[in-house]
Ligand binder design. Structure first.
Ligand code: SER
Length: 314
């Protein structure tokens, strides 16, 4: 039987779908959702929920003890664009929440952690194409600096204290159930909403900015595959590169036009352009493929079909 799981940041873009998937897999009562605010109706109705601040160690420990939690998924974080506006708040949230769960595992109060990293750990000096697992990492954003530091701490806690912490570097994630908040890759979600509502979208990145992206179903599957993998197969304790597709705003617009011929795209790059320019354009995820059998299912075309179908039917 699955021992109880706690999700911190369960109401966000990833947390919502992760919670629902874990609940359908292990049973609603085995998965405790938590966030600093309540989430959508479907999530709130689907199982136990606790109001919880991921930076408050004592509060997390209380919940862990009360439900006899064994695994924690830490999905609470401030993303790249918002973090540039509130650097210290981002650093405090992203780092303190991580230390809280790492220290719970170090003290053997929980036995497994999932913590997401990001393509934002890479920077302008990183090779852009097919970015390797191990390469130059000089992130130039507040968010990227926090994720890069987090990766170092995860590996340190594994080596020093045997903490079973597992991580992937998510690319930009595309989903229809819950909106992303404050990221640089958010355009690739907004565009579908705007295409259906207004037939047009003003993109905050330039037409030829290519970034690594992934459909949410693939991201959730990767996360669960990694968490279920036998401990002996996991060779990377910082964070695994994870890839599926890469595209530009112009290319995503083209796939939307195939469904909505009158769709119009305008470009008005803002401060997020500089963030996007510092990130890879494609990712080499051969370690994830080799170690725990990662294989993506969705490409840009199937992602666009799924997004338009599901949002259109909402
Ligand atoms: N999607 C995130 C962002 O844009 C990157 O991890 O901030």
């Amino acid at each position: 039987m699955q021992k109880p799981i706690l999700i911190l940041g369960a109401c966000g873009q990833i947390g919502t779908e992760l919670t629902m998937e874990l609940r359908s897999k292990y049973g609603a009562d085995s998965v405790v959702a938590s966030d600093i605010r309540e989430g959508g109706e479907a999530l709130m109705a689907s199982g136990p929920f606790e109001l919880l601040d991921a930076t408050n160690y004592d509060a997390i420990e209380d919940v862990v003890m009360h439900y006899e939690i064994d695994e924690v998924y830490l999905m609470a974080a401030m993303l790249s664009a918002t973090a540039e506006k509130f650097p210290m708040r981002a650093w405090n949230l992203n780092m303190n929440s991580l230390f809280n769960v790492l220290n719970l595992a170090k003290d053997r109060k929980i036995s497994k952690i999932f913590w997401p990293s990001s393509i934002a750990v890479f920077g302008p000096s990183t090779p852009k194409e097919n970015t390797p697992q191990n390469t130059i990492m000089e992130p130039s954003t507040v968010y990227g600096i926090s994720k890069q530091s987090g990766e170092r701490w995860c590996e340190y806690y594994f080596n020093k204290f045997g903490v079973d912490v597992r991580s992937v570097r998510y690319p930009g994630l595309i989903s229809w159930k819950t909106m992303p908040g404050g990221g640089t890759t958010d355009y690739a979600v907004e565009i579908y909403h705007q295409a259906l509502e207004n037939g047009r979208y003003k993109c905050f990145l330039k037409e030829d900015t290519q970034l690594p992206m992934m459909y949410m179903d693939d991201a959730i599957r990767a996360t669960l595959n990694l968490m279920e993998a036998d401990v002996s197969t996991i060779r990377v304790r910082s964070s695994y590169n994870l890839g599926s597709m890469s595209f530009t705003p112009q290319e995503i617009a083209k796939t939307i036009k195939a469904h909505i011929p009158d769709f119009q795209m305008e470009y008005q790059p803002d401060f997020r352009q500089q963030i996007a320019d510092s990130w890879p354009s494609s990712i080499d995820d051969s370690y994830a493929k080799k170690d725990w059998g990662w294989e993506p299912k969705y490409d840009l075309k199937s992602t666009t079909s799924e997004m338009l179908k599901n949002l259109g039917g909402k």
